[in-house]
Design a binder for this molecule. Structure first.
Ligand SMILES: *[C@@H]1O[C@H](CO)[C@@H](O)[C@H](O)[C@H]1NC(C)=O
Length: 327
């Protein structure tokens, strides 16, 4: 589609698409902090018109965003339940997004991927520039890259990886427009991602997808991602993989690399009460309830915090790097 060197200057509120190699769009998002730190919230699996504590989580996100002075918000997908949006005129967009995340501190760019529930509706609607006219915070694309000072965030469309959505759709229909044939869609995506990761000189490399690589929640690991995506992350010094899908909060360390797996899929309905593999190695934190995550990145430290519906910090940790290391 767009060749190397194509410069597009579409202004999207805060992010600006500055260059595209292959088909992966890149956005530059300057930090607003003088110290060059980058700060954001991560939430997933949320759009239920405020129900199931979505509004309570949104309220606490507003408070945390204000305190942290965030630069943007990341959504890990399943943006609208149960079946995505019906079209770009679907009032669910305002009912579950615009009218819920109303705090002043949340009036910033949202970077969003699609979840499997979004694919059960009109998936193209969420990608439509029309929604950005309705609410300029919104940016949802299949796979894209956000570069903000010392971090590159690689957003990956993980739903087409999951074979059971094609083979045993369990009565659901998925909007596979633009995906067929999935095999070449995935191999192109992986090729683009590998190239982008390998040339990245960012201090911190983060990959965001909807489905978990490692989770002890209801759905557990996604075998397709462990097989196809994880090796790329391990080979290219990725620091964090962030996902939703399981409606919980998790921090799990990879047993074969420094990668930390962070689940933030607790934006509304939670409390499934089933935990897989309680003795899985690397599990630092699991919370089967609603909440969200915050991230603060500096040249030397990544501070991660998990919040519950009351705004209480349930778990926090810091990953540190040598100031002079290139990775
Ligand atoms: C809302 O959050 C509270 C506190 O975690 C929890 O006890 C309650 O069950 C939640 N409500 C729903 C509908 O999930």
């Amino acid at each position: 589609m767009l060749s190397i060197g194509t410069i597009i200057a579409i202004s999207l509120g805060f992010g600006v698409c500055w260059c595209c190699d292959n088909d992966v769009q890149r956005f530059a998002h300057p930090s607003k902090h003088e110290d060059g730190s980058v700060r954001f919230l991560v939430v997933g699996d949320w759009g239920r018109g405020g129900a199931y504590n979505q509004s309570q989580v949104a309220f606490q996100m507003g408070k945390a965003a204000d305190k942290l002075e965030i630069d943007f918000v990341v959504s890990t997908g399943d943006n609208f339940y149960d079946d995505g949006l019906t079209s770009h005129h679907d009032p669910a967009f305002q009912q579950s997004f615009t009218n819920i995340y109303t705090a002043k501190s949340l009036q910033t760019q949202w970077y969003t991927v699609l979840g499997n529930h979004d694919y059960r509706g009109d998936a193209m609607a969420q990608l439509s520039p029309f929604l950005r006219e309705v609410d300029s915070r919104w940016l949802c694309l299949r796979s894209f890259i956000v570069h903000s000072e010392l971090v590159e965030i690689f957003f990956v469309d993980t739903t087409p990886f999951v074979q059971e959505y094609f083979t045993e759709p369990e009565g659901h229909t998925y909007d596979w427009r633009g995906i067929n044939p999935p095999k070449s869609y995935i191999s192109n995506l992986l090729k683009d991602l590998e190239q982008a990761l390998s040339i990245s000189t960012a201090k911190w490399k983060i990959v965001v997808g909807h489905h978990a690589i490692s989770s002890v929640g209801h759905h557990g690991d996604t075998p397709e991602l462990r097989k196809q995506l994880l090796p790329l992350l391990q080979a290219n010094d990725v620091d964090f993989y962030m996902n939703g899908h399981d409606h919980c909060l998790e921090h799990i360390s990879d047993t074969e690399s420094p990668i930390q797996f962070l689940t933030s899929g607790a934006g509304s309905k939670a409390w499934r009460g089933d935990v897989k593999e309680t003795h899985k190695r690397g599990v630092n934190f699991f919370y089967d309830g609603q909440g969200f995550m915050s991230v603060k990145l500096t040249q030397t430290d990544a501070d991660i915090e998990f919040y519950d519906v009351y705004g209480k910090i349930l778990h926090r940790f810091t990953s540190s790097k040598d100031l002079y290391s290139s990775m």
